[in-house]
Design a protein around this ligand. Structure first.
Ligand code: ADP
Ligand code: MG
Length: 465
């Protein structure tokens, strides 16, 4: 037994040495994709068995990288070493061998210990991490979210087999992205109880990857995610600037896509505006359907107000509902906040919910909100400071001061609000996102070389805060 352990250990060490060499020979992404998932099972003195995830992986590895593998394996395991690949039985493939040596035995490597897989995925009730309160039934449909809702619902009916893969949902904060994404998960679980659904915020995914990386369990981490049928990742923009996590996600994404599994990605920006995320991922994000949730129109706001009041068991008259719809921000999270504070106050003061009480409550609520930097505040502040007419700012006037004021508005909106470039352009004379992006870059570079611009930006930022 001891000798066997030692052999395995030596085999693993020799394979680690091969990997170190390979790491220096192929681009990082290829290394992560094609070599990290490979595990050395054993070496009997002449035959090395490598475990690979599936048959197509083996074929690719064997045809594309044998030139690299062969000399290294011979160097570390000895001349005349033959290579055998072991493929998990559940991937419907047989162990197969390369280099015309004897065929390796069929090995059930699904028995191989895998900390990510065993405790979690084999469990009878797989933990989906979904909040049951987010359903389609309590998601109000309106012009602002009709397309997203309908695509989301379709995905729940036939996960993985619609053209919406990935389904990329984006929009500003508080508009219902998480709600609708989790509704997909809950609906799938109801309609297809056997499917493994997982909802995971990017912050959790990042943390899991980091832990796996420290514990040298990245392969297990990746294969855990590759076993999911419907993977919902929230706040995907947080993947920015993390090449290691992006690599792992790239592998997971490709595997799920290739195997007809469903991906739902949620972001605060459309794919084109994501920064710090590799192009190959952005390209893939655009493969399916990208759909935006917009700010709610008045009718949707009213429907939401009614639903939320009902949820709180509060009687809210029609005129109060309309007053609320006209006076509170279009962000659904804020609408909810205002209603709960209204209902709580009315209960506390033991008063009926009248327009007067609503005004009182909203005064506090709204004045708190005003402190937030909005596009309106930015446009007004810039126009006043630069002495530019608002109408001119929104027109096609190209005189230097007007163009500069416009660019400053766009830059400040990008820096100080959570609005997407599309919405910023929309608010400033209906310009497209490319113009906004260009303006932001112009101001950014001018600030590096032009003292006056730098001062203007500083002054404006002080005025805004
Ligand atoms: P986001 O993820 O876009 O920031 P959330 O999904 O967290 O926004 O939504 C914020 C709150 O507003 C949640 O409590 C959600 O239930 C509610 N909400 C958003 N849109 C709707 C809608 N169309 N119908 C009902 N509730 C909604
Ligand atoms: Mg969210």
């Amino acid at each position: 037994m001891k000798t066997d352990n030692k052999k395995t250990l030596n085999c693993r060490t020799a394979w680690q040495n091969c990997l170190l060499k390979i790491q220096g020979m192929v681009p990082r992404e290829e290394f992560v994709k094609w070599f990290l998932p490979v595990e050395a099972l054993d070496f009997d003195g002449s035959k090395l068995r490598l475990k690979v995830p599936n048959n197509s992986f083996y074929k690719q590895l064997d045809s594309n990288y044998l030139d690299i593998l062969q000399p290294l394996i011979r160097a570390y395991f000895g001349e005349g070493t033959t290579l055998t690949y072991a493929i998990p039985k559940n991937s419907a493939a047989k162990s197969t061998n390369s280099e015309s040596a004897t065929l390796g035995k069929d090995v059930d490597v699904s028995q191989v210990k895998n900390p990510f897989i065993l405790p979690a995925i084999r469990k009878e009730s797989f933990e989906s991490n979904l909040n049951p309160k987010y359903t389609f039934a309590n998601f109000i449909e309106g012009d602002c979210n009709r397309m997203v809702r309908s695509a989301a619902f379709n995905v729940s009916l036939n996960p993985g087999s619609t053209a919406f893969n990935p389904l990329f949902i984006f929009g500003d904060s508080g508009l219902g992205k998480t709600h609708v994404a989790q509704a997909i998960g809950n609906e799938v679980k109801m309609r297809h109880p056997k499917l493994r659904v997982l909802y995971v915020p990017m912050s959790t995914f990042k943390a899991q990857f980091q832990t796996a990386n420290i514990n040298k369990e990245v392969t297990d981490f990746i294969s855990f995610y590759q076993k999911i049928d419907v993977l919902i990742i929230d706040d995907i923009q947080e993947l920015s600037g993390l090449p290691g996590t992006q690599n792992a996600f790239f592998n997971i994404f490709n595997h799920l896509q290739m195997n007809g599994k469903q991906l739902v990605l949620v972001s605060d920006k459309p794919p084109v505006e994501l920064v710090g995320i590799e192009e190959r991922l952005i390209t893939r994000f655009k493969w399916g359907l990208s759909a935006q949730i917009h700010v709610p129109d008045r009718k949707t706001k009213l429907d939401i107000i009614r639903l939320k009041a009902n949820d709180l068991d509060a009687t809210v008259s029609e005129d109060v509902q309309e007053y609320l719809a006209d006076n509170i921000s279009a962000n659904v999270r804020e609408i909810e906040g205002a209603i709960s504070s209204l209902v709580a106050n009315s209960k506390f003061l033991n008063k009926r919910i009248t327009i007067d009480l609503t005004k009182e409550i909203l005064k506090v609520y709204v004045s708190m909100e005003v402190k937030e930097i909005t596009i309106e505040l930015i446009i007004n502040t810039v126009c006043e400071y630069m002495k530019v007419d608002r109408e001119k700012l929104e027109s096609n006037d190209r005189t230097r001061e007007v163009a500069l004021a416009r660019q400053l508005c766009m830059f400040l909106a990008k820096e100080h609000t959570k609005m997407s470039l599309v919405n910023i352009g929309h608010a400033i004379g209906n310009r497209n996102h490319a113009t906004v992006l260009h303006s932001c870059k112009t101001i950014q570079s001018l600030m590096d070389i032009d003292k006056v611009i730098r001062k203007q930006v500083n002054d404006l930022e002080k005025l805004l805060s």
